[in-house]
Design a protein around this ligand. Sequence first.
Ligand code: MG
Length: 258
Amino acid sequence: MTKQPHELALMAESGRLLACVFGMLDRLPLAGMTTLEVDTLVERFIVDELQARPASKGQYDFGFVLNASINHVVCHGVPSAADVLMDGDIVNFDITLEKNGYIADSSKTYLVGNVDLAARRLVQTTYEAMWKGIRAVRPGATLGDVGHAIERHAKRNGCSIVREYCGHGIGREMHEEPQVLHFGSKGTGLRLREGMVFTIEPMLNRGGRSVRTEADGWTVVTRDGSLSAQFEHTVAVTATGVEVLTLRPEERGMLQAA
Ligand code: MG
């Protein structure tokens, strides 16, 4: 579970490359594109530009490099030529990338065109909740501290937290120990130590927290049809705090924000 310094350096490189993928996505118009087109562009970028491997393709027999989860889809949305991104949609792209044997995992929810205020608030609250969790990471803190910080922010803003999916340790494997819950009580759970690497990836719903899996066996949606948003970073516990391995350039300074 704990990584050595040379492993952390390799994971930071994987994370840096994955941040570049989101930089590429940020420049896409999205409205009018299908999620399959986005998947194809991301695969080409990872393979041709970054000389890396899309780690999700082939994992669990999944045929794509990303999950595209639109509006009431909570997670694990499957890229499709039938899913055209429309003005007013929100869409999460969840992407993994492997370089030199080490995997990074990150996701971001995008606003497509003009998105109404309620949806923008959900997306903003989810982003803030992820950062509240990240800022709780330091040696000696517990995973319960992380979950508590996320849960408190979600509740204060009238959002529910999906409980069926959690963050996870990551390294040579996409999913390693420990499980990182996005709710919890201060002082409980695993105590964090320098060198631990895991994801923090809260999924927040506008309505109730219940979810169900659709008939395709992949796509997870809110039971009440309400909107859902998610953000994810891969983080490492340092000697004094936390390093966000998948940090994007525009996020420098987020660790210090209140
Ligand atoms: Mg993950």
